[in-house]
Design a protein around this ligand. Structure first.
Ligand SMILES: [Ca+2]
Length: 332
């Protein structure tokens, strides 16, 4: 009897942990209602207090459907208030699902940008944006030998274009593979921005804990930009559902110099330039860096060149010797 009771308690605790997992506040974090989107979204189904939505986006009681499982759709939600938090962490609860077992498109994007409510070709929002984009890309346009979906991030400066044909690879600051489609459990993404460090974690494996997707330092993002989430479908489609966005203000110790910095005027960018980052199981097929000559290939070319030059010298010397011999014979 005691054992049975204990087992039941354990099961209840396990269920509770599963219900709240991925949604607990980060340590030292305060939920900012004005940058969060939680149920009930709206009293009348037409407006939300802190968020705008447009195009095919549709509010229901339990989720916001950015696109339904139909071709050529796009939709987005955008925070009405700019975010002036220096350090923040945002948890996005989402669900991507559709009839295609492996083939679907295009995906959804989490934004922290100067632009808002501007539809366009990048997962339903505008290209040449300023700020952060995190792409949850379900359709592989490029030639990488990996299985999608992929999550990748980019910092736009207002003139850079999203690299559609390479799935964002040209301007990517990091990426990871994440199987988040057609799950019968909850899927989450966490975006943390503290002291120029961007950390993206995911909870898409029903493990009840965060798994690192990318961790990038030197990321410059000014305050005063807008949070948003958009999605698009193409010839292939998916339901892209947003269930919640929870933004937490983080209390981080700063030096007086750091406090004095005017973070609103910082230009979006990344301090440390590095080549596009590959996914772990990527074998380099379709790698842009392969279009230039690599170090090992250059060494091979030099060796071949030296060998060729050596053969030429030897052949030349033999021919010269033969001629000298013939000349000497003519004298005798
Ligand atoms: Ca793609």
């Amino acid at each position: 009897m005691m054992l049975d009771c204990g087992l039941r308690t354990l099961i209840v605790v396990f269920c509770l942990v599963n219900i709240i997992r991925g949604q607990t506040a980060p340590e030292g974090g305060f939920l900012k209602r004005e940058h969060s989107l939680v149920k009930p979204y709206s009293g009348n189904g037409m407006t939300m207090p802190f968020w705008d939505f447009r195009d095919n986006a549709m509010i229901t009681n339990n989720f916001i459907r950015l696109t339904s499982n139909h071709q050529g759709q796009l939709g987005s939600v955008w925070n009405k208030q700019p975010c002036f938090l220096r350090d923040w962490e945002t948890h996005v609860h989402f669900k991507v699902h559709g009839g295609g077992r492996t083939l679907a498109a295009d995906g959804m994007t989490f934004w922290y940008t100067r632009e808002r409510l501007t539809p366009g070709p990048v997962f339903g929002s505008t290209d040449e944006f300023r700020g952060l984009a995190i792409f949850l890309d379900t359709y592989k346009n490029g030639q990488q030998a990996v299985t999608f979906p992929q999550i990748s991030a980019m910092i736009g400066n207002g003139s850079m274009k999203y690299d559609h044909m390479g799935d964002g690879r040209l301007n990517s600051i990091g990426s990871c593979l994440a199987s988040f489609r057609n799950k019968d459990y909850d899927t989450f993404m966490s975006i943390r921005y503290v002291k120029q460090r961007l950390t993206i974690q995911i909870d898409v494996d029903n493990q009840g804990k965060w798994r690192e997707c990318m961790d990038v330092s030197g990321v410059m993002l000014p305050s005063g930009y807008f949070f948003g989430v958009s999605a698009a479908t193409g010839d292939l489609a998916d339901n892209h559902d947003l269930i919640s966005i929870k933004t937490y203000q983080l209390e981080i110790q700063r030096t007086p110099e750091e406090e004095a910095e005017d973070w609103a005027t910082v230009l979006p960018g990344i301090k440390f330039l590095k080549p596009p980052i590959d996914n772990v199981d990527d074998d380099g097929k379709g790698d842009y860096r392969n279009s230039s000559v690599s170090g090992s290939k250059m060494l091979l070319i030099i060796i071949c060149g030296l060998l060729g030059a050596g053969i030429c010298i030897v052949v030349g010397y033999v021919v010269f010797q033969k001629r000298q011999e013939q000349n000497r014979k003519r004298f005798y």
